[in-house]
Design a binder for this molecule. Structure first.
Ligand code: NAG
Ligand code: NAG
Length: 393
């Protein structure tokens, strides 16, 4: 108890520090990740993208290739980067020698100046129709990991693969989570690899799809992380107030059903489109803003899911930009937080600092900024208070 006054003093100093540091507040907590897709013909060059990420205080990004321009532009920055191996490369990279050569060419020359933290081997292979690709996946991951070990990079760079939520046969309730029977045979090898190398299971999870498919039965507030009564898992009695966390816990239960209980889950993609075709119910900029803002708020609280409340759930939002060359329904081209010119697609509550993307041009936007700044102060206060409480324990 006698140390209490000094703790109060420390937290007051911290409080002052946080308030003074103002816009830098995101630095105090772990950053939300962002998927930097480049399927557009009007996107800014990588060095400008780096400035945008920095002005948004985003420090984790994923790209869908190993674009040397991006890897070079992001060198000596604070951005941690996940790169992707194209599906087409898996058959080649099963060969350990080829994998070693690939890592030596596409990763090693850029590391550590470019803070590469992960390699996504293929994308959504388990739910594609190509079963040969599925058979190549784990051997390719093993070879790439072995190459990283050989080059002394495995302590810094994780190897995993993003799966769509379609890998699950059951996702409701979360405790009923199970993998589709078609992938039952390959899953143990894959999970064994993740467990052995301590890499997380990456899931692409879009509560938007569930809402769009059944807007009359799925609660919009539940999928948007708004205040709602949520659901209680009848077996675990855990309470879920949003669908994303329920989906993540369903993945954890599916893994546990196969005997793997210690593997972390990361949300490699989630997001909400700001525009869609008439039959894409819910794809509006209002909903996109609410979803991503609520997600950001929950991330700032460093939350875990109900099943693993003390493990911060790492999330990569899809996507940084609206990408005009994406095929498919209108929503596909409208997941971006930003327009290609770097302006916000809608207000998500991130605060760009650079003049080119500032929101101060008219009075209502100034109002909005004042509101944001008020919110920020409240965050800062809560953050400092949390530090204070933690120090008390
Ligand atoms: C990064 O910084 C190092 C050391 O200052 C320098 O040698 C290197 O050229 C820089 N890399 C790039 C791509 O700017
Ligand atoms: C939705 O509407 C678009 C055109 O607006 C159409 O091309 C598409 O087939 C429709 N999708 C469904 C599932 O009905």
């Amino acid at each position: 108890m006698e140390k209490l006054p000094s703790k109060i003093a420390i937290s007051n100093i911290l409080l002052g520090f946080y308030v003074l540091s103002g816009l830098d507040f995101l630095r105090q907590v772990e950053s939300l990740g962002i998927n930097y897709g480049q399927v557009g013909n009007n996107l800014p060059p990588p060095d400008e993208v780096l400035n945008l990420l920095q002005s948004l205080k985003l420090t984790k990004a994923r790209i869908y290739d190993t674009n040397p321009q991006v890897l070079t532009s992001f060198a000596n920055s604070s951005i941690e980067l996940i790169v992707t191996v194209d599906n087409q490369m898996l058959s080649t990279l099963m060969d350990p020698q080829q994998a070693l050569q690939w890592v030596g060419t596409h990763i090693r020359p850029y590391f550590p100046a470019t803070r590469i933290t992960g390699i996504a081997v293929g994308n959504e292979i388990f739910t594609g129709d190509d079963t040969t690709l599925m058979a190549y996946l784990v051997p390719a991951m093993v070879s790439i990991h072995a190459a990283l070990v050989r080059l002394g990079l495995d302590q810094f760079i994780q190897v995993s693969t993003p799966s769509s939520l379609g890998v699950l046969e059951e996702s409701y309730p979360p405790s009923g989570g199970s993998f589709r029977s078609e992938i039952n045979e390959i899953m143990p090898q894959f999970l064994q690899f993740l467990e052995t190398t301590k890499a997380p299971f990456w899931i692409n999870a879009y509560p938007y799809f569930a809402y769009k498919d059944d807007p009359n039965r799925v609660s919009l507030d539940y999928v948007l992380f708004n205040r709602n009564s949520g659901m209680i898992d009848p077996y675990t009695k855990l309470h879920y107030d949003n669908m994303l966390y329920a989906q993540v816990d369903a993945v954890i239960f599916a893994m546990a059903r196969m005997g793997y209980e210690g593997i972390q889950v990361m949300v490699s993609e989630t997001g909400w489109p700001s525009k869609g075709d008439p039959n894409e119910t819910g794809a509006t900029s209002e909903n996109a803003a609410i979803y991503n803002r609520n997600l950001l708020r929950r991330q700032m609280e460093n939350e875990g899911t109900p099943l693993r409340p003390n493990n911060r759930l790492e999330i990569y939002v899809f996507a940084l930009f609206n990408e005009d060359m994406k095929p498919g329904p209108t929503s596909e081209r409208n997941y971006g937080l930003l327009q290609p010119d770097g302006t916000m697609a809608y207000n998500v509550g991130l605060s760009p600092m650079s003049a080119s993307i500032s929101l101060t041009s008219d009075a209502t936007k100034v109002k909005q900024r004042e509101y944001e700044s008020l919110l920020r102060s409240i965050f800062l206060y809560l953050l400092a208070f949390q530090v204070f409480m933690r120090r008390q324990r």
